[in-house]
Design a protein around this ligand. Sequence first.
Ligand code: GAR
Length: 203
Amino acid sequence: MTSKVVSPKKVAILISGGGSNMVSLATSMTEDGHPGRPCLVLSNVPSAGGLAKASDMGIATEVVDHRDFKGDREAFEQKLISVIDHYEPDAIAMAGFMRILTPTFISHYAGKMLNIHPSLLPKYKGLHTHQRAIEAGDAEAGCSVHEVTAELDGGPILGQARVPIMAGDTADDLAARVLVKEHLLYPLVLKRFLLSEKDLITL
Ligand code: GAR
């Protein structure tokens, strides 16, 4: 009997910074039989530390610097789309990609995009999530992986992980504690997403 070989789905990972989540995603996809493989790491920031890490892992990298488009978001996104589409990804994982995307971009990849956000959504959409959680006196914080829709940080939540907020925590302390969970949560959700499993998982 011959078994059918299913080729892995191609995943483009979008970053703006150090790329620690990108590394955890890419590493997870080296697992035998994983349903995905990274086809591209793209950054809007030429100096993003994650680019070198991706190259070291043998992953193709691209830069589309938003500053070259001088506030012309439409032109920036058209360039992003043309660069990304060259790699024919089946899924797009935003991993610390710090640009707000318009409905044009989001609808082009409808149903294919994931994002990780460092809060327990729907709390604290946007920036400074850890500081806001501390200032609110919350007992816990965490991260969420969600599908990307036109509403900022608002698409269906596929996974969440929680951590305690300790007395005296700074935003940096909390960010570091949450990041450990991000590295566990995002690979789990990506793998399930590639297998079309979309029920919520919690850590
Ligand atoms: C992560 O904490 C991620 O959740 C956050 O940026 C960091 C990127 O770190 N994303 C956002 O704030 C998106 N709004 P990394 O570059 O080391 O993965």
